[in-house]
Design a binder for this molecule. Sequence first.
Ligand code: G3D
Ligand code: MG
Length: 175
Amino acid sequence: MSKKTYLTNKIVLIGDARVGKTSLVRRFVSNMFDPSYKITLGTTIMKKEVDYLSYNVTLAIWDIGGQEVFRQIRSKYFFGSKGALAICDASNYESFKNLPSWVESFKKEVGDKPIIFIANKCDLKDQKVTEDDMNQLIKDFSNTEYLYSSAKDGTNAEKAFINLTRLMVAAEDIV
Ligand code: G3D
Ligand code: MG
């Protein structure tokens, strides 16, 4: 039997308010979507274990919770992160345009760590962010990929976190 390696990694959810960060992590951690869930005030940290190859990775998932507008708290929030989900709302182009600024401040604090770009709310009819947009965006970044997701119907919610875990394990150069 192969030996398991146990790791704990902090990851952060980055992106504008109301793109679905809290909903996505709730979908992943407890497989729930609660439309009445209100904006979280303080940062919450949720934990979930992911098995990948011979690794058991405990993700400590930081959710900024309603403080997205306060740029000065970003560096505290990012500190020590091993990776990030950079999330926009696929029905809100403005939230897509703001992703590079989120990623820039993330990289400034923690360096070149794995990031998965997410266009959430892909269940909505009114899609504004195209595959072309997402391809253009990720061209400028190494060690990344993108996914469309829906916290509402569950599309790719789990995959987002699993793929990020895969990139983080690879980035640690321990495979
Ligand atoms: P945030 O944590 O990024 O601020 P939230 O975003 O998770 O609080 O979600 C903001 C709003 O978008 C919520 O609406 C939530 O129900 C909704 N939402 C989140 N993800 C999805 C999704 O994948 N599809 C759809 N259709 N809606 C989503 P309300 O109105 O309940 O506050
Ligand atoms: Mg939130």
